[in-house]
Design a protein around this ligand. Structure first.
Ligand SMILES: Cc1cc2nc3c(=O)[nH]c(=O)nc-3n(C[C@H](O)[C@H](O)[C@H](O)COP(=O)(O)OP(=O)(O)OC[C@H]3O[C@@H](n4cnc5c(N)ncnc54)[C@H](O)[C@@H]3O)c2cc1C
Ligand code: SF4
Length: 350
């Protein structure tokens, strides 16, 4: 591991002042992602500024919704009664990720800022434009089964790994930050970037810009998260899906859909959302929506399986969220989010 200095921030302002002017400095929160990357020699910070003791660990009512402090643990957020009841997709996404021990350490800001699980990114002997700009992309001609269907570039075909980010995107959450130029609000779907020719930049955050909270806006509809992975737990999403919708008079009203595991950011589907609005829910409608959702997919050599998998997952997520098919477990739990095993067989769309 590259040698580094460590400093514990006493305030958000102090944390920003320590990181912003120093290109070799980074924040560290739970450390569950960052420390692994340091041990693998992928991240080589000279200064770690620890933000885990900042007073950003509250969940409070905010403008009819909830404000979740950046330092709230994934476990605390997932089991918070109001999160589970009002925003079950958030709890389901969190509880479908990592392990209990990791979730106890991991924070609400650190989770969406974790870096890609592209295996070439994590192997310093391989060419990777994200790790070392200009070095090439070993995944393009390599084994690309976990890589992107949408929005990839000639420089990078990686996907974003966070489950939580997919749920927050579908819920149109907002990110509050404090940066070197002061505070600002970022709509969650705008937080992450597509790779373009600068894949080393994952988000629109400036260097030294600290996330202070994630805000869940007032919402009285239903939300749900589903995740397909290679084993039943402790694995990243191959494909995932979050849906948030409101219904009235037997019709869908506003519907928001985000896919995970298919792009460099949670992949919102505005055309599909428009197609579903004001329609009575039906399996036929959802199957047409799923066809439309993947019409622009650009499969690579090893990831074409994600297209039928993603279509079926989207149909199932829409059926379950709209109430046409029961959830496979209590809303807001990992059981509701799980696909596979006996529950997956019973629930497979026919
Ligand atoms: C074995 C394993 C399995 C996992 N499985 C899953 C999974 O299935 N699904 C899933 O979604 N995740 C999974 N994870 C990832 C895990 O959820 C993340 O590691 C964790 O959420 C990161 O949070 P943290 O607080 O530890 O972040 P850290 O590791 O401390 O930091 C991560 C990044 O966020 C930045 N950062 C932290 N806080 C702030 C802030 N307030 N403002 C600005 N920048 C900040 C840091 O500088 C760093 O770049 C897994 C991790 C491991 C190790
Ligand atoms: S896909 Fe992106 S992260 Fe993976 S090797 Fe290519 S440039 Fe690196």
């Amino acid at each position: 591991m590259h040698p580094f200095q460590y400093q514990r921030a006493e305030s958000a302002e102090q944390a920003v002042a320590a990181v912003a002017p120093n290109p070799a400095a980074t924040f560290i929160a739970g450390g569950t992602s960052h420390v692994d990357l340091m041990k693998e020699d992928v991240h080589r910070p000279a200064l770690l500024v620890d933000v885990s003791a900042l007073p950003l660990r509250e969940i409070s009512a905010f403008e009819g919704g909830l404000r979740i402090g950046a330092g709230v643990s994934n476990t605390a957020a997932a089991y918070h009664a109001d999160v589970q009841r009002r925003y079950p997709a958030v709890s389901e996404a969190l509880l479908a990720g990592a392990s209990m021990q990791i979730r106890n350490m991991a924070t609400m800001a650190g989770n969406p800022l974790q870096r890609t699980r592209c295996p070439y990114f994590r192997d310093p002997t391989q060419a990777c434009n994200k790790r070392q700009p200009g070095s090439g992309c070993a995944a393009i001609g390599g084994y690309n089964h976990v890589h992107a269907l949408f929005g990839a570039s000639a420089a990078c075909i990686a996907t974003h790994p966070s489950d939580l980010a997919v749920a927050l995107s579908a819920l149109d959450a907002r990110v509050q930050t404090l940066g070197p130029r002061g505070p600002r609000t970022i709509a969650f779907p705008e937080l992450h970037r597509l790779p373009g020719d600068t894949p080393h930049l994952d988000t629109v955050l400036a260097h030294g810009e600290l996330i202070t909270s994630i805000d869940l806006l007032a919402f009285t509809g239903r939300s749900h998260y589903l995740k397909v992975r290679e084993r039943a737990s402790y694995a990243y999403a191959l494909v995932s899906c979050a849906v948030a919708l409101e219904m009235s008079g037997g019709k869908l009203q506003r519907v928001r859909v985000a896919l995970g595991g298919v792009a460099h950011k949670p992949w919102r589907l505005p055309a599909v959302e428009a197609m579903l609005a004001e329609q009575p829910p039906s399996e036929k409608l959802f199957r047409a929506a799923a066809q439309a959702a993947f019409a622009d997919a650009r499969p690579l050599k090893h990831n074409a399986y994600k297209v039928p998998m993603g279509r079926d997952l989207l149909v199932r997520a829409l059926l379950e969220t709209s109430g046409l098919r029961p959830l496979q477990g209590p809303a807001g739990t990992a059981f509701a989010a799980s696909v596979g095993g006996v529950a997956g067989q019973l629930a497979a769309p026919r």
